[in-house]
Design a protein around this ligand. Structure first.
Ligand code: IFM
Length: 477
């Protein structure tokens, strides 16, 4: 295996350097211009659900400050900006009559981005489900939600595909289903049994597939569409092809209920035959497996370390729980041809307790996705680092850990490019410090600090670093 971390790789022409955000995390203005309530408005009002009782009511006030935020993107020099459209702004009741004023915000945003020479990339679902659909159908518990999601996606494409060339359907089905309907730590805060949880995930996958069809039907010829998934990335613990192949198999198994199903149009046999498997028809699977123009991968760190099955080290661990969650393999690893090397307790993490660090996870994610499913293109739709980056006495933010993190992950992106893996864009999460869901505003991923009291934006050291990356087309790290 060639290790190209240190070799200079030219990024392909048209490679997109970007930043990413999502609507509820930055917009604020939750009651303006006819926006309907979302499940996150409701959830964040519930006592004890969000750290410090934070809400997205004001967030980064991006709804009013987007011109300033676009200026910041111009300073960074980025080619593209991935944002999300708030479904309840466009359809306050989830379906029915569209809200012209809600759509008008995104028209203003998109026009301003294009005016600044920045390509808009729009995500249609980044977790802010209209509360009306939760009340009416139980949200993604019902396939009706998948159906009306496609109506909304088609409508947005019919109005904006003249200016938006790339749409992301759903962001991280693997997260919003498990956290919102399984552990209940995210909206809508439910804790369903495994079978019901898998059915919810199936409906979300169906929503993705139906949205692909609707965008193709109502967008323009050439409009590109794909999902963004935080796949569980198996990283080979040791060098050598046998371990790399074991990690590839493990990645397919661990994403059985999500990305594997989307990209293969079927659930792998071990998943489909599990007693908790979702009910589904052949038609559903064809829809879920609609071809996509790109696969968005959100990569923050390693999901598991994996070894070839016959490796004689003492590492051995149960590979699966009983529940068929998207991150769980349905069959023991030995049967599937891999085994787990468990994380040590001292494995490095960022300021977010869940974020384990290994830069090579970005390379392995791109390599596994390419070898397993050979998509036309891969976009790194999210990658970033949580940091406890308080301002220093001079008022500046020296987020040295984020710079070190990005430098190391981007070197692995160069390694992927040097091996001709079809990565066509990189969107750094996130432009701004923002509402980090149940963690509120205390967990920060931004290139720009946002002062909570004044909303003042201060570019951090990492913003200067990323400007150099973009300026040099990835050569600088
Ligand atoms: O902030 C989130 C984002 O909404 C989805 N992907 C992971 C990010 C960091 O936790």
């Amino acid at each position: 295996m060639k290790d190209a971390v240190d070799s200079p790789a030219r990024f392909p022409d048209g490679f997109l350097w970007g930043t990413a955000t999502s609507a509820y995390q930055i917009e604020g203005a939750v009651n303006e211009d006819g926006r309907g309530e979302s499940i996150w408005d409701r959830f964040s009002r519930m006592p004890g659900r969000i750290r410090n009782g934070d809400t997205g009511n004001l967030a980064c006030d991006h709804f009013h400050r987007y011109p300033e935020d676009i200026e910041s993107m111009k300073d960074l020099g980025v080619d593209a900006y991935r944002f999300s459209i708030a479904w309840p702004r466009v359809f306050p009741d989830g379906s029915g009559a569209p809200n012209a004023k809600g759509l008008a915000f995104y028209e203003r945003l998109v026009d301003a981005l294009l005016g600044a020479g920045i390509e808009p990339v729009a995500t249609l679902y980044h977790w802010d489900l209209p509360q009306a659909l939760q009340a009416r159908f139980g949200g993604w518990q019902s396939r009706e939600t998948a159906r009306v999601f496609a109506d909304y996606a088609g409508f947005v494409a019919s109005r904006l595909a003249d200016r938006i060339g790339r749409f992301v359907t759903t962001n991280e089905i693997g997260s919003f289903v498990d956290l919102g309907y399984g552990s209940g730590v995210h909206a809508p805060g439910l804790a369903l049994a495994p079978r019901a949880l898998n059915q919810v995930r199936h409906h979300a996958l169906l929503g993705h597939g139906l949205a692909v069809q609707a965008i193709r039907a109502q967008g323009r010829s050439g409009t590109q569409v794909g999902p963004a998934e935080n796949l569980v990335v198996a990283v080979p613990a040791l060098a050598g092809e046998a371990h790399a192949e074991a990690a590839e198999r493990a990645t397919r198994d661990w994403n059985a209920g999500c990305l594997t199903a989307m990209l293969e149009g079927r659930y792998p046999a071990a998943y489909a035959s599990h007693p908790d498997a979702p009910r589904c028809s052949a038609d559903d699977l064809r829809t879920i497996g609609e071809t996509v123009d790109f696969v968005g991968i959100n990569v923050y760190g390693p999901g598991r370390y994996v070894l070839a099955p016959d490796t004689s080290v003492s590492a051995d661990a149960p590979a699966s729980g009983d529940a068929l969650a998207s991150g769980d393999a349905p069959a023991p690893g030995h049967a599937s041809g891999w085994r787990v090397a468990p994380f040590s307790r001292s494995h490095p993490r960022t300021a977010a307790a869940w974020q384990l660090v290994d830069p090579s996870s970005l390379y392995w994610a791109a390599r596994h996705v390419t070898r397993l499913w050979n998509p036309p293109a891969i976009l790194v739709t999210e990658n970033g680092c949580a940091a406890a980056d308080d301002p220093q006495e001079d008022g500046r933010v020296y987020d040295t850990d984020r710079v070190a993190f990005l430098r190391a992950y981007l070197a692995q992106l160069r390694r992927a490019i040097a091996e001709d893996l079809p990565v066509r864009g990189y969107f750094l999460w996130s432009l701004l410090d923002n509402f980090e869901w149940a963690d509120g505003y205390d967990t920060r991923f931004g290139l720009l600090r946002v002062d909570r009291a004044t909303q003042r934006r201060t570019p951090k050291l990492s913003a200067s670093f990323y400007r150099q990356v973009v300026e040099s087309d990835g050569a600088a790290p």
